[in-house]
Ligand binder design. Structure first.
Ligand code: FES
Length: 158
């Protein structure tokens, strides 16, 4: 598959109060953006467990986009800061597995920023096209993660 024919699948987690409404605004205003993103609405980015992201990637998504309220504007106080910390952690973890950290993107969009949201999607799709398909289930486990190096639970348990 060449870059020009590859159409990535991106799972987009959006928070109910800002970024989902930005996506809605982009749609109702008929702003054009690539149709590669499948949106999943959550109440807040703080609700996005890192396992949601790993599940999406391991089950066929080429990338994940997390979009929430701007820092300081989360409707659940500081939950988007939690999302920010988790995003950094996810990127580091994915890099250990040989997955480009750019495959998990985090952005902020208020309910009035439909154009920004549409632009973020276009940028994300372009970047993932350059990275190519993830095809995670077919990737070999890095040598550093070989089973021999993982301690047996009975050895570390008190
Ligand atoms: S409500 Fe939007 S990020 Fe928390």
């Amino acid at each position: 598959m060449t870059e020009s024919t590859f159409e990535p699948v991106i799972i987009g987690f959006t928070c109910n109060w800002c970024s989902y409404r930005a996506a809605d605004l982009a749609g109702t205003a008929r702003m054009k953006y690539p149709p590669n993103v499948r949106l999943i609405r959550v109440m807040c980015t703080g609700r996005i467990d890192p396992t949601f992201v790993l599940k999406a990637l391991s089950e066929g998504a080429d990338a994940v986009l997390i979009a929430g309220c701007h820092p300081g504007e989360c409707h659940y106080l500081e939950q988007n800061y939690k999302a920010l910390r988790r995003h950094r952690l996810l990127q580091k973890t994915l890099a250990q597995f040989g997955v480009a950290p750019e495959r998990v993107r985090l952005t902020w969009a208020s309910a009035a920023e439909g154009a920004k949201f549409a632009e973020e999607i276009a940028i994300a799709v372009d970047e993932v096209k350059k990275l190519g398909p993830l095809n995670w289930p077919a990737r070999p486990v890095p040598v550093a993660m070989a089973a021999a190096e993982i301690p047996v639970l009975s050895e570390v348990a008190p």
